[in-house]
Design a protein. Structure first.
Length: 118
């Protein structure tokens, strides 16, 4: 079994200043030795491209329902274990290498899932 380094990014997302989603993102460590919180922006793909030279060319989202994780933040407005909207994403380079995996739990009372990729 091969092992490799990954970076985990967790963040709380807002819509009109209302906390509505929690994200957990795993980025292949070969793209950066160190990622500092202060370097990140709202758009991780912008950060990946500008700072890491990583261009995401394709994504696959799977949308469903899942329980909020044990590390659920109180700002989300629901307790850990509550069923919410859930998105799993695999992001790939143009060569088809999967370089990012993410999970997003969203409060279906304050947000809807919309997918846009340009």
């Amino acid at each position: 079994c091969a092992s490799f380094e990954v970076h985990r990014i967790r963040r709380l997302r807002f819509l009109s200043d209302i906390p509505c989603a929690m994200e957990e993102i795993w980025l292949d460590g070969k793209w950066a030795q160190d990622i500092r919180k202060d370097d990140l922006s709202e758009s991780l793909y912008h950060y990946y491209e500008r700072k890491l030279g990583l261009l995401i060319a394709r994504v696959e989202d799977r949308v469903g329902v899942a329980p909020l994780p044990p590390w659920t933040l109180p700002q989300i407005g629901l307790p850990a274990g509550a069923d919410v909207g859930f998105v799993e994403r695999w992001s790939q380079t143009a060569d088809g290498d999967v370089v990012e995996y993410s999970r997003t739990w969203f409060n279906h009372h304050s947000a809807r899932y919309v997918s846009r990729f340009k």
